[in-house]
Structure formats: C-alpha cells, structure tokens
Design a binder for this molecule. Structure first.
Ligand code: MN
Length: 261
C-alpha cells in the first residue's frame, strides 16, 4: 500500500477527531462590540442586517439580507495599509493567500489581565515563554490570551472605559516594536477590540502595535475567542478575511486546527 497523502491523513484525522477545529470567531450581530474613538474622529459602523425578503411578497421562496459593517467590526483582520506606517503596503485583498494559513502559538496572560486590566506584555515575558516553549513560529501568529473574550458579549464590559479611556491589556511599545521588527511572526492576534492596549493612545508612539505591525508588512487579528482551547504551541490558524479590493481590513472567519492526543 502506498503511504496516504498528507491531505488524506488530514481528512482522516478530522474525521476521527485526532484533529479538532476550534472556531476563534465571535458571531457577528448588531450587538457585536465596536471600537470607539474620541468624538473628533470618524467612527466605525456596528454590524447591521437589512432584510431583502423572507419567503414573502418580496421573494416568495427565498430569504436573504444586505448587511452593513465596518471593515474593523467583530473578529477581523488588519491589513498593512490600515495604518499610515503601512500606507504603501498591501490592502486586505492583496495579502497572499498562502500567508492566511500559518502556525500559531498562544501566550496566556489571563491571570495578569484579571489582576490589572491595563497589563502590558513586555519583551522579557515573551523571552521567558520562549525559554520554556521554544521560538516563536516563523511566518506564524502570536496569539495573546488575556481572558478578554469572556467580555465580548457587551460593548461596555468589552471596552472597559472610564473618563480616562479604555482599559484593556496589550503590548508595551517596546514589545510591539520587538514583535514587529525582530520576531519572526507574521502577525499578532488578540481577544480585545483592537491589537493595541486600551490606553495605547497615550503611548509613544501612539497605538504602537498598529504602527509597528502595519509598518513591518505584518497583520493583526482581533476579537478572537476560544484561545483557551488551544495549546501553547502546535496549532495551525486559518484566517479568512473578505478580499475587499483596496480595503484596510475585513471581518474574518478564523479557525484553528488543534491536534488532540
Ligand atoms: Mn482593526
């Protein structure tokens, strides 16, 4: 008997449960939280459905909707041209499909974020993680687990804002620079509303994850959930943003393949 092909082995592993698919995507609805910028700036739209017909006079045998959404609404992908530092780099439709399937590691800072919602990951945290788990994956995703997905059902709890702005965990400016410019990963995935910490508008540079990631031709994934179901290393993430021509990002279905023993 010839050896089964790699894909045939994958299919059989999916069928027998050796490989499980974990959905990292938050459902999209009008109650999906969206980021809120200071009032002087333009705002992103919440997701909205508009019914075209539902087995009625407008279309007796079919149900369908139009929808309105921000590119950066719900679980979504940030393309390099999202930030001024990456303005001449790829739009979301130009991101090579081969980069949308990639290995992932999960770094868990949910205990730290529960103690301090403004918790910032530093380079030393990542180096300590690497000493235990091996290097970050070349061309892969660094997924940041903070426990924030438990808050994703409501705008208020998710943004966690007071009169000093939003309080949500993220990377320090130096860590954002290091991940973008020195580490081999292709992107950063988070459970929060954006890749940057809630207070990142006060950082130098402001919004360092966006600034450094996009400027380095890297990507962001936001509002992920179920990262707790992934092992620290060894999963594969499939991130599928809509290929909006010229777009700066898009809602994405994000799936992880996880091997169960
Ligand atoms: Mn975004």
């Amino acid at each position: 008997m010839p050896e089964p092909s790699v894909l045939a082995s994958l299919v059989s592993a999916l069928r027998d449960g050796t490989i499980e698919i974990v959905d990292l995507t938050c459902p999209l609805s009008s109650s999906t939280p969206v980021i809120q910028l200071p009032p002087e700036f333009g705002q992103t739209a919440v997701f909205e459905l508009e019914e075209i017909s539902r087995y009625d006079d407008r279309g007796p045998a079919w149900y369908w909707n139009n929808f309105r959404s921000g590119e950066h609404t719900g679980t979504h992908f940030d393309a390099p041209n999202h930030w001024v530092t990456g303005r001449d780099l790829a739009d979301v439709a130009s991101v090579p499909a081969g980069r949308l399937v990639a290995p992932a590691v999960v770094l868990d800072f949910s205990a730290e974020a529960a103690e301090d919602p403004d918790f910032l990951v530093e380079v030393e945290h990542i180096k300590a993680w690497e000493a235990e788990n091996g290097p970050l994956p070349d061309g892969g995703w660094l997924l940041l687990r903070t426990g924030w997905d438990a808050r994703s059902h409501g705008q208020e709890e998710f943004l966690n804002a007071d009169d000093t702005g939003s309080h949500a965990p993220g990377l320090s400016p130096e860590c954002a620079r290091w991940v973008s410019q020195e580490s081999p990963v292709r992107g950063l995935g988070v459970e929060t509303v954006g890749t940057d910490a809630g207070q990142a508008f006060t950082f130098e540079p402001a919004f360092p994850c966006h600034s450094y990631l996009m400027g380095s031709d890297k990507y962001g994934l936001t509002q992920l959930r179920n990262l707790a179901q992934l092992p620290p290393t060894g999963s594969v993430v499939i991130a599928g943003p809509l290929p909006i021509v010229g777009g700066s990002g898009a809602p994405a279905r994000v799936l992880a393949l996880v091997e169960r023993s």
